[in-house]
Design a protein around this ligand. Structure first.
Ligand SMILES: C[S@@+](CC[C@H](N)C(=O)[O-])C[C@H]1O[C@@H](n2cnc3c(N)ncnc32)[C@H](O)[C@@H]1O
Length: 218
């Protein structure tokens, strides 16, 4: 997906992926993700303006996000009435408030030092935002940014018949996730549930099943 696609989506307000409440899987599984982890720094790739970042901050975590759309970043801070400071760091404009730092720019330009100390990655609708041709590159870059031996990933994906609907969100099978990550992580499925009834728009577009998978990579 080209950056222009996302700029346009944000400009037009076509952001059906944005949850109006904190993600229920995050709330449910966070204690499981963090139970054997001292680390208190979370990276949220392709973060949009998700409220999940506020929740993580309230849980006592430092949050680093990366988002290409300046509209999304601006909205996140203004809608939540957060005072913000802005600096330039290489190709990024860095927006910071409290324990939340958002790198506004291209995920693929991030460097490991910008995520120094992050031990947890929260990927909801990020891997699945990208077409197959970019996902391998995304996973490889994520592995370059993080240190797999010290990192856990909470990954939330969707699986459906890709013939019936074009993405994003794209369908990502568990086989593909294994291809991307199993060399570096043990992959545990925390939940796998058909959520089609909760997604009437996708039903209208012809889907007959829509499985949401919640995975812990450690
Ligand atoms: C499907 S949305 C998911 C947002 C967020 N994870 C959530 O749960 O609401 C994907 C987001 O990735 C952003 N994005 C797409 N390509 C990007 C890139 N190369 N670097 C940074 N952000 C990107 C888009 O602007 C969009 O906000």
């Amino acid at each position: 997906m080209e950056s222009t696609f996302w700029y346009e989506r944000w400009k037009q307000g076509q952001i059906g992926f944005h949850g109006l409440e904190v993600n229920t899987w995050l709330i449910k599984y966070w204690p499981h993700v963090t139970k054997s982890m001292e680390n208190k720094k979370v990276f949220v790739p392709l973060c949009g303006k998700t409220l999940d970042m506020l929740w993580l901050q309230d849980e006592g975590y430092e949050v680093i996000g990366c988002e290409i759309s300046p509209i999304a970043v601006q909205d996140f801070f203004s809608h939540n009435k957060l005072e913000v400071s802005r600096t330039i760091e290489g190709e990024f404009e860095v927006w910071q408030s409290g324990n939340i730092t958002l790198y506004c720019g291209d995920f693929f330009a991030l460097k490991p030092e910008q995520l120094e100390g992050c031990g947890i990655i929260y990927d909801r609708a990020s891997l699945i935002a990208l077409p197959e041709s970019m996902r391998n590159q995304y996973a490889k870059h994520l592995l370059r940014l993080a240190q797999p031996q010290k990192t856990q990933i909470l990954l939330i994906t969707l699986e459906y018949d890709q013939e019936k609907m074009s993405g994003p969100p794209f369908s990502v099978s568990t086989e593909q996730i294994n291809d991307y990550y199993q060399q570096h992580f043990t992959i545990e499925c925390l939940s796998s549930k058909d959520v089609l009834n909760e997604a009437p728009n996708f039903k209208k577009r012809g889907l007959t099943h829509l499985t949401e998978n919640v995975l812990l990579l450690s």
